[in-house]
Design a protein. Sequence first.
Length: 330
Amino acid sequence: MKYNIKDKTMALYGVGLEMTVKKLNYEYMLTIKKKGASGLKLLATIFRQYDFKGTGKLDMEDFGAALAQYGIFTRKIDLQALFKYYDVDHDGTIYYAKFLSNLREPLNEKRMAAIEKIYMRLDFTDSGKIRLSSIMKRFSVEKHPDFISGKKSRDELIKEFLSNFPGAQKNGFITKEEFFDYYTEISTPISSDEYFIGILGEDWPGLADGDESALEDEGAAAAEDEEEEDPKNAVPKERVDELVKTLRLKLCNLTKTQDEYFLRKLFHDIDMDKSGFISPSELLALLCKLGITTEPKYAQALFKRFDKNDSGTIDLEEFCTFIINSPYTR
């Protein structure tokens, strides 16, 4: 009878599979720690690069290749053991987020409390998720080396931050689990609680230390959100429809076609700071350039027609959809 590698895996890891996986995870954690504070984040980025379809899953070949690119060279029999352990759907793939979660050191109570405090102030409606508009308002890049040196803009650094949450731009929010997972990754290689909490303070100034002015800002932001949803403050749909139609026709005249290349070029021309997104101020600049004059409340309503996921910015997909689809589709 032939003795293939699957049989060998079953024989070696049938009973002691969990212990074997724990041993492998421990070895991987040591490698990750050697790469510094962004070690686990880098591995997550490489996994996403191999996840071409965005499913959150990888087969054994891509999983092994991603590990190798990172600098972890795993024997075939160990890959077999990992897949036997992590392949919960028995389809030859594993959720790499689950694998990564087992490489994170659990947060201690002090760090957990610091993250929880910030999260609760961002999710002031207790919905279990943070709207991207709240992230855009509150996330700080003021002490980031690339911002200080002028190498990157605020929008570029916020885009980098949001890239750690693959579903954020599509869904328009970050879940509590995603938020905690991100800061657990940051926490893993950092030994000092004070240093870690200092990082939180730089990302979210005022929210971590109980600053009263930050609390006032939160209340004002909540009031703004309520005001936006108040029917008494709604702008006439017909007026916005007309504005949408005017802008769409002018944009279509600029491209002369719905070819993706020309749409991309137009998008990048409007994206003046080259952040990969169109901000409200850039849309307002476009309206002025095209000779379209309107009140701020109508410009804001127009922006929301673009911004389907309520992220506070317009991405390429939203821009293309706006031009190609009916101007009155909400």
